[in-house]
Design a protein around this ligand. Structure first.
Ligand code: GDP
Length: 364
């Protein structure tokens, strides 16, 4: 049974860490496993644990080379020695997940208060091209998920009111409901928050933006019904105050549209593509560290006489991007300090539209 389980685990893995005890002799079981792993053709790191104080000792490592799994990698799990280096090695060996993601449908949805123009925008987008591949029932009543092809790419527009929608009386009485929107947000890659310019941004929109950020999703803010805006001059004035109106979510880009006249509707899909790409972007560790040292050289952070040192930071996830900081004193790196680095990294790499998650770990 163990053998079967191992085969299964090998099968689904991209990279295998084979861990042996650096303080014991190799056993016949180690050799047996090593052979299975060699034959699997998978990428393998032979990790030799319990090597505290002996990380650089070639003599202590040489007995493990006979397993034929490449150069042994010494660590001490308990004493946390050579662990960041191991993470770095893992990151260098795992396959580029982007390639798989690219084949996927990009899922987006129009979110916003009733009457803001969501269905009109879907119509304006799709109406012209009519390349609907299929419609499947959405998660809420009277909505559909539309699979739609555009420029050779497939998209799924989630929970749209449908192009033929029944009576709307009930819906019009409803406010923008966070509860109803949550499920949609969980399922999408890119949210399109539609705001009726003649109504503006209210508390409820902010709550939804907060939720989008919390769930790590990308977002484009669309100010619709631009045709109702008195003049271009006034719009320019309004544009200037938008960041403060949507703060602290001002890293979400915004555009002005009119579903009625079709103004800027063609900008929506390029934005969806771009935001999807940005949320899946992977920044090499070396570049992240250059940015962080630069950030650290501008402001210094300290607490109780100790100043913050960042040894190393690395991006471990995408969509949303997540960066782990290895620091001397995690306490110093409170939420505000994290925000500073998030903002710095965001500007440095022009990383807009996606939340960036930060995790702080202590490194001895
Ligand atoms: P939804 O409830 O968010 O799906 O909103 P609808 O798409 O049903 O639009 C609500 C109302 O606003 C309808 O009467 C639309 O004709 C109107 N509307 C939608 N987009 C625009 C726009 O860009 N300009 C103007 N002037 N009216 C619009």
């Amino acid at each position: 049974m163990v053998k079967e389980k191992i085969d299964e685990v090998i099968e689904i893995s991209d990279l295998i860490l084979f861990v042996v005890d650096g303080r014991s002799e190799l056993t016949s079981l180690d050799f047996e496993f090593a052979e299975i792993l060699r034959k699997s053709g998978k990428k393998i790191i032979l990790v030799v644990n319990k090597m505290e104080g002996r990380i650089d000792s070639e003599i202590h490592l040489s007995p493990f080379t006979v397993l034929g799994l490449g150069e042994p990698f010494p660590i001490s799990a308990i004493h946390k020695q050579n662990i960041t280096e191991l993470i770095e090695k893992i990151l260098s060996l795992i396959p580029n997940v982007e390639i798989e993601k690219e084949k996927k449908l990009i899922k987006f949805a129009f979110i916003g208060r009733p009457n803001s123009g969501k269905s009109s925008l879907v119509n304006a987008l799709i109406g012209k091209y009519r390349n609907i591949v299929s419609e499947i029932p959405g998660t809420t009543r009277d909505t559909v998920d539309i699979i739609w092809e555009f420029n050779g790419k497939k998209y799924m527009i989630l929970d749209t009111p449908g192009l033929r929608r029944p009576s709307r009386i009930e819906e019009e009485l409803e406010e923008l409901s966070v509860r109803k929107t949550l499920n949609t947000i969980k399922r999408l890659d890119v949210a399109i928050m539609v705001i009726d310019l003649s109504v503006g941004i209210r508390e409820q929109e902010k709550r939804i933006l907060h939720y989008i950020e919390d769930k790590g999703k990308s977002c484009l803010i669309v100010f619709n019904k631009t045709d109702l805006f008195p003049s271009l001059k006034e719009r320019r004035e309004f544009e200037k105050i938008v960041p403060s109106l949507i703060s602290p979510f001002d890293y979400f880009p915004f555009i002005f549209t009119s579903a009625l006249t079709g103004y800027n509707v063609k900008k929506i899909i390029p934005w969806v593509d771009k935001l999807y790409e940005l949320s899946h972007m992977r920044i090499p560790t070396s570049q992240i560290n250059v940015a962080i040292q630069e950030a650290l050289s501008r402001v210094s952070f300290s607490k109780k006489g100790k100043s913050l040192k960042i040894y190393y930071a690395t991006q471990v996830e995408t969509a949303p991007p997540k960066i782990i900081f290895f620091v001397n004193e995690p306490e110093i790196m409170n939420k505000n300090v994290q925000k500073y680095f998030e903002k710095f990294i965001r500007n440095y790499f022009s990383w807009t539209g996606t939340p960036i998650k930060i995790e702080v770990r202590k490194r001895e």
